[in-house]
Write a protein that binds this ligand. Sequence first.
Ligand code: ZN
Length: 305
Amino acid sequence: MDAFSFFEKFPTELSVIEYFIKVRYTDKKEAVCPHCGSVGRTSHRKDMPRVFQCNSCNNSFSVFKDTIFEKSDTDLRKWFYAIHLMLNSKKGISGYQLQREIKVTYKTAWRMLKKIREAMSNEELALFQEISEIDETYVGGKPRKQAKKDRDDDDDMPSSGNKRGRGTNKTPVIGIVNRALNKVVAKVAELNEQGQKLSGKQLIAFIKETVESDSTIYSDEFKGYNQVSKHGYKHEKVDHAREFAYGSVHTNSIESFWAVLKRGIVGIYHHVSTKYLQLYVNEFAFRWNNRDSENLFGLVISGFY
Ligand SMILES: [Zn+2]
């Protein structure tokens, strides 16, 4: 959707609120009155668009009850336009860009982006079945040496002498793509008891919470994956040095997600702290997972709490 279509679809704050009600409450049917508990017995008046009037007990309550919009003073159209911008730029947008686009303070813009990322993080996926690809990548932080060279390199290339950042002090991110669903789940690796950021134990734990046992995992030859078949999975390794891109045993899908993530993080978010990296990763995963969805807006709105 381009900017013109956006403003055609949402010309007024009322239009935004009506859209919100449609998505959130399936047209008022699911609105629950917090005063008397009756369901779907509400009226919505155009002259008081931010409240529902309960037809059972006559009390009123916020249309945005239990969401971040309930206490937000920011024009709802600004929220929606921010979501629109995030959904329509492959690389995402920065707080500075949003600040300029919707005329709010940087602090407000930054907070809005964070909230939208949190909403995008609430997408729930069923456990992956059949074939999934797993891989790790390294983002952010300062490379240990040869800063310039490292920056110019695409360190995702399997031919790179540096084993794709293993051994640098960048932050590891683990990702799994399911082939059939074409969906990705990615997780920032945290320090474990030994102070290691990435261990076989973490990889296995992530596989278990993402993939159903008995299904198939494709990975590269990183030794961290050595135990995968001992945990109830069929495991095939791709030898990047010799068989890259040959046959169906490859990890091209997850690698193409890494490419998008890294272009975004290098290009737009120059300094992502480890603390917020998971939210950025979720944002990219959400866009990637729902790139063909016709109801992207609705999906984000449903994710707001
Ligand atoms: Zn009521």
